[in-house]
Design a protein around this ligand. Structure first.
Ligand code: F6R
Length: 634
């Protein structure tokens, strides 16, 4: 969590840091701040609770001049969001400023010792110990002081430090939280995510754990914690900067939903040619993959739902059994993985703490590990034995959409790749599948075109839902308490079967996180084992029912809901007649597609339902409350 941005060079730093922080706001947005160095002997700080917009207003009224600065956008871990707890933190004499992303696990002991030495703390954060430690060790050389301070820390950090006595210099370091160095001409940038520096430079260095870097204008020096010089590769990033902007859409989430067909096409073009699949950067040989007896997938949230879908795909096309775990559960149980297991860690950010810890656990147990990541050079990508990038471009909206379908696409191809290896070459079946797969992005585009055409109707439906929802709530709360039904009103159920059971979970997650309306995803066959008790006229039941081998079963499940007065919104294949007869409130159609690929199509209306409801409710779609894009804490 939290975003860091730094600049040193010849330009005024305030505006650059502010813009950089805006690109990182998805990492946390409960408070923010900036420290600017203005000539010898002077550090000036502005910080506030609330979003970066508030910091921007403060800086507009009280600008800071100077060409070296560090900034921070926070997602609170230790201490409430408040101006005192916002970063940067200053030492006693206000000569040193620190911004930090991560968690200092031994901060309590360090704080106690520092307090005994006479230090008075101003915040409740773990970060503040860092600035007092740097101050304690500062003897005229900031690099030495930072290295000495960091040697005391246990936990995770990306830090950036400036000192009033060392104009033009930023010292930064990394341990398990991401930090990227952007190399310009006579200037340097620091950021938690590469997308924040792309506007200024394409030449970047991804810092490694234990690296300490000292930046002055366009020069930099890299060492380890002991001060020994280290060298790191300079990467040239060729991402499209426009992708990181809203491009005329009302929200990043909508833009990212619309980017999906293009991203899927690009992945297919890159990975599949004719009837063959290839993963150039995989770094794991076919011989090693052939020895794999089982696969364990670990991931969190949306990525976990991609993993659940992958189980159906792998088990249909290969003989390899697949287990899927949320990373936070995997790491604390004695999972049976070993040298014959491939552990696949899926993560958009590649920095999710639980998934990283799960990967390390798997490596300890001698499993072969593969990460499926979106962010280039992320920790997960670097630490796994092999990596497959999803190349979905920067995902800015907190609710994941394009990263999910990109993960699914890569996982389909990986399953087909395993089938290809097992068959020792291309097969007719695989060639047929790939032929259909290549059409999927067009079918997705078709759904999006219909959304564009019928957007007015989507808005009306969302408004209609809003009216009914509030009428129900009113009825409930105004009813005589004696007569009040006990079931709460206004929630959603998402039902799916087989390969679309994970789609139901993902649809419900999307709605919950951006509209704050309770929603549950269920395997439709499980309804009769408990959840059907919830059904009366109140919940909206989204039934994922495209043509499939379980279509008839799904119809029976829907009939059971209708028989109890439930409102249904089915997602069906075009020209479906049977479900229309069951008196749905609305029907959403998708083009015909083989069952195996249907998760890639049904997810689009599910994303659009969540988006439309949240927009109708006026919620902060791209930055929902309590969430952050990259969860680098346990
Ligand atoms: C939901 C969402 C989260 C993430 C989860 C894992 O829309 O974005 O559930 O999927 O936090 O994040 P990554 O994929 O970065 O490991």
């Amino acid at each position: 969590m939290c975003g860091i941005f730094g600049y040193t060079g010849k330009k005024e730093a305030q505006g650059l840091v502010l813009e950089g922080l805006k690109h990182l706001e998805y990492r946390g947005y409960d408070s923010s701040g900036i420290a600017v160095q203005n000539g010898f002997d002077h550090l000036a700080v502005r910080k506030t609770d609330g979003k970066i917009k508030r910091l921007e207003e403060i800086l507009k009224a009280h600008p800071l001049k100077g060409t070296t600065a560090i900034g921070h956008t926070r997602w609170a871990t230790h201490g409430t969001p408040s101006p005192q707890n916002a970063h940067p933190h200053l030492d006693h004499e206000s000569q040193i400023a620190v911004v930090h992303n991560g968690i200092i696990e031994n901060y309590f002991d360090l704080k106690k010792t520092l307090e005994e030495e006479g230090v008075r703390f101003r915040s409740e954060t773990d970060t503040e110990v860092i600035v007092h430690l740097v101050s304690k060790y500062y003897k005229g050389n900031l690099e030495n002081a930072v290295r000495a301070a960091l040697r005391n820390l246990k936990g995770t950090y990306a830090v950036a430090v400036i000192a009033s006595h060392e104009p033009g210099k930023i010292v930064a370091a990394k341990c398990d939280s991401p930090l990227v160095l952007g190399l310009g001409t006579n200037e340097s940038y620091l950021a938690s995510d590469v997308s924040a520096v792309l506007e200024h430079t394409r030449r970047v260095i991804f810092l490694e754990n234990g690296d300490v870097v000292s930046l002055s204008g366009g020069k930099f020096q890299l060492t380890d914690l002991a001060g020994k010089p280290v060298s790191r590769k300079t990467n040239v990033i060729d991402w499209d900067v426009a992708r990181a902007r809203k491009g005329g859409f009302e929200h990043f989430m909508l833009k990212e939903i619309f980017e999906q067909p293009e991203i899927l096409s690009a992945i297919l073009k890159e990975r599949a040619s004719g009837s063959r699949i290839h993963f150039e950067e995989l770094k794991i040989s076919e011989t090693k993959l052939k020895r794999i007896k089982r696969i364990t997938i670990i991931a969190c949230g949306t990525a976990y739902h991609a993993g659940l879908t992958a189980k159906y795909i792998f088990e249909e096309f290969t003989d390899i059994p697949v287990w899927v775990d949320t990373s936070s559960e995997f790491r604390y149980r004695d999972a049976k993985v070993g040298p014959d297991t491939l552990v696949v860690a899926i993560s958009q950010s590649g920095e999710t703490a639980d998934t990283l810890a799960g990967l390390r656990e798997a490596k300890k147990k001698k499993a072969l590990t593969l990460s499926v990541c979106n962010v280039l050079g992320s920790s997960l990508a670097r630490e796994a034995h092999g990596v497959i990038y999803t190349h979905a471009g920067p995902e800015i909206a907190v609710a994941s959409t394009k990263a999910y379908t990109a993960q699914l696409t890569v996982l389909y191809l990986l399953a087909f790749y395993f089938a290809q290896i097992a068959a020792s070459g291309p097969s007719k079946k695989l060639a047929g599948l790939l032929k259909e797969f290549i059409r999927v992005p067009h079918l997705m585009q078709n759904i999006l075109d219909r959304y564009k055409r019928d957007e007015g109707q989507w808005r009306e439906n969302a408004h209609d839902f809003n009216v009914r929802y509030h009428a129900q709530l009113e009825k409930y709360f105004n009813a005589d308490p004696e007569k009040r039904k006990r079931s709460p009103n206004g929630f959603f159920l998402y039902l799916g079967r087989n390969i679309n059971y994970p789609s139901a979970l993902e649809g419900a997650l999307k709605l919950k996180e951006i509209s704050y309306i309770p929603a549950e995803g269920y395997a439709a066959g499980e309804m009769k084992h408990g959840p059907i008790a919830l059904i009366d006229e109140n919940p909206w039941v989204i039934c994922i029912a495209p043509q499939s081998r379980t279509y008839d079963k799904m119809i029976s499940n829907i009939q059971e809901i209708r028989a109890r007065g439930g409102c249904i919104i089915p997602i069906v294949t075009e020209k479906d007649e049977a479900i229309r007869r069951l008196d749905p409130i609305y029907v959403i159609e998708i083009p015909p597609v083989s069952e195996i690929f249907s998760p890639l199509l049904v997810i689009v209306p599910l994303q659009l339902i969540a988006y439309s409801v949240a927009r109708e409710f006026g919620e902060d779609i791209d930055q929902p409350r309590n969430l952050a894009k990259s969860v680098t804490v346990e």
